[in-house]
Design a protein around this ligand. Structure first.
Ligand code: GLV
Ligand code: MN
Ligand code: MN
Length: 412
């Protein structure tokens, strides 16, 4: 039975981790940054050295083909992959594992001359982490980019997408050209760390993903009145920050009490204007995020949070504006791909658990154009989106072998 080389895979994981490495561990490798572009060049070299045909599309997605040099509906490909960009101060496995295990699997299939009727490709989808929107590259590939927004898209630090992509040698306005011909992907499967504690706590080595949560992000802006922070009587203040703070706490309670039990929420971006200690904040602004696997529950929670924001604003005598940032719909994984993963794990003697993904992934875009699935491995302590994110090397070995045999079966 074909098997992946753990020393080769771990060597590549450690090599990729050097691009954007932080002194205290972990990595910052944002999409289109110089560190990311150096990592892209390294990845293209590794693909070439593994005997794959590498190319980059108009959205910045990197591909390594085995038996293919482009997507072609006449020869539908089995595709695997993930992403090589990271969140700021992120870990070394989120995304990197799926790309490098995919590269390793294709390397082994080529070396062992394993027969396949479908061509295969490994992808590193660009800007998965959402420096601009979210899941940018896979969205472009699946024809789901909001083309009208491209000229104005800007990152949290203000840099425009057109400028960031131009610096990396791309024309953002041409990103829609990355759309794959209809029918060109026979199936998609992505290996990823779970990023949560469920598999580790259950003592199960392999997660078979049934569905990926939908994520809503909304900018909520409370507009009050700037005033002298010493002389204005407390009862006369119209404080934009306090309204934002009250909304954040109450929205958290609302999602916990009225959600499905799987619903989660986060406020990870807050700003106060003018932002000095002797002025009552004229404006308090936050990004409210919610995630939930059931689309009906997600819709209801979004409506209830809008009502809540208006109620808080009225009570505090401030204005409120709600600006949608992004909305992904929950995506089911294909039963056919789940069954193939299950069988591959069974052949390797590995127990599985069916689960939903609480994180967003490129697979959710691919699910709209082909049969898509995901394989999870346990994350140590459930830690992710932090510098000490890790999984055991044995767990990585098991996950990569399940990926290899899933790909062999799908491409047969
Ligand atoms: C992707 O990392 C996400 O935020 O779910
Ligand atoms: Mn991530
Ligand atoms: Mn990821």
């Amino acid at each position: 039975m074909a098997t992946i080389s753990l020393p080769r895979l771990s060597g590549r994981i450690e090599a990729l981790a050097r691009f954007g490495a932080l002194p205290g561990g972990g990595v910052t490798r944002s999409a289109w940054s110089p560190q990311h572009e150096q990592a892209r060049a390294w990845l293209l070299d590794e693909m070439r050295a593994a005997g794959l045909a590498p190319w980059v599309d108009a959205a910045g997605n990197v591909f390594g083909g085995l038996g293919m040099r482009a997507f072609d509906a006449a020869r539908p490909a089995v595709v695997t992959g993930s992403h090589i960009d990271t969140v700021p101060e992120g870990g070394i496995l989120d995304g990197a594992l799926g790309v490098l295990a995919g590269l390793e699997a294709l390397h082994v299939i080529r070396e062992t001359a394993s027969s396949h009727t479908h061509p295969l490709a490994v992808a590193a989808w660009s800007d998965e982490e959402g420096r601009y929107g979210s899941l940018f590259g896979s969205r472009a590939f699946c024809g789901a980019l909001d083309v009208g927004r491209l000229p104005d898209m800007a990152a949290a630090d203000g840099e425009r997408l057109v400028d960031a992509m131009a610096r990396a040698g791309f024309d953002a306005l041409r990103a829609p050209d990355a759309q794959a011909p209809s029918g060109a992907v026979a199936a998609y499967v992505e290996l990823h760390i779970e990023q949560g504690p469920r598999l580790e706590e259950a003592g199960i080595p392999i997660g078979v993903v049934e569905a990926i949560v939908g994520v809503r992000r909304t900018r909520v802006i409370f507009i009050g009145q700037a005033d002298h922070a010493g002389t204005t009587p407390m009862e006369r203040r119209r404080d934009g920050f306090l309204a934002a703070a009250e909304f954040a706490l109450k929205a958290r309670d609302l999602v916990v009490k009225r959600g499905s039990g799987r619903s989660v929420t986060n406020v990870g971006v807050v700003s106060v204007h003018p932002g000095v200690s002797n002025i009552v904040p004229a404006r308090g602004e936050l990004v409210h995020e919610m995630r939930e696997p059931d689309p009906a529950v997600l819709d209801r929670l979004a409506r209830e949070c809008t009502t809540l924001a208006r109620r808080v604003a009225r009570r505090r005598q401030v204005q409120v504006e709600l600006r949608p940032i992004s909305a992904t719909v929950p995506a089911p994984c294909a039963p056919r791909v789940q069954a193939v993963i299950e069988a591959a794990a069974g052949d390797l003697g590995l127990a599985t658990q069916h689960m939903y993904s609480a994180a967003g992934h490129d697979a959710q875009n691919l699910a709209a154009i082909t049969d898509a699935g995901m394989i999870f491995i346990p994350s140590k302590g459930g830690r992710s989106h932090r510098v000490d994110e890790m999984s055991d090397w044995d767990a990585i070995d098991r996950g990569a072998n399940v990926l290899l045999h899933t790909l062999i079966a799908l491409a047969r």
